[in-house]
Design a protein around this ligand. Sequence first.
Ligand code: DGL
Length: 278
Amino acid sequence: MADEKKAYQPIGVFDSGFGGLTVLKELVKELPEHDFIYLGDNARAPYGSRSYETVYEYTLECVKHLFDMGCHLVVLACNTASAKALRTIQQKDLPKIAPTKRVLGVIRPTTELIGNYSKSKHVGVLGTSGTVSSGSYLVEIEKFFPDLKVYQEACPMWVPLIENNEMDNEGADFFIKKHVDHLMQQQSKIDAVILGCTHYPLILNKIKDYLPAQVAVLSQGSIVAQGLKNYLNRHPEMEMNCSKGGAVTFFTTDLSETFDNAASLFYGSAVKSNHLAL
Ligand code: DGL
């Protein structure tokens, strides 16, 4: 049988900065044979407090770069970008710029499951201001579990605390407790919570400490990874367009040295990135 060399067609994974690395880590665990390219737009992060127009414009630009680097499939491993840019890119841009390529987000996989974790039918979502104000979680959860009541809390201080590696200090406890309390004050019957930001797995234990013990906490990484695996099984035409060399390559729009220093915290092992000039 001829040994046909396949083109390098990695799965693109995009985030505003570091948070998507918590998703990438799980994607690589679930699909180790695949090639992946990670792109963090650190030069313009955080996205959490930016307008729709800005998040959409930045995200689309980065998606185009990933397409240029050979990706046929891109995962927006950022809730803010998934909430504010995904639909427009899927519906308006892809048909024009790349009709056979696909862009997926991270919001849907957890919203498909959250109802299975709740007996009280009251669930919570913790996210950036942008994700919360977009209402995307409310819309998506309603599609799968219309009988659930959803309560949201924006936690604008959490991403900066995590990115500055301040999360183990007392100052961080103050802000983590504050937002967890605000969520539970809205409805004490909440018994399942989605971490709607890819940074939050780094403070998962602290969030759990401040939540009542019976509350289930859904972190996105492994759920998104399982979702992508199922997607590729259901879409052999896309699976064929994803190369399998087991390579993971990192790009940042900011300084690669700075990126590498912080990235290992999110990814769980050493990272050596390349700079991408926008
Ligand atoms: N990781 C992004 C998310 O999941 C938030 C980081 C940011 O604000 O840029 O929403």
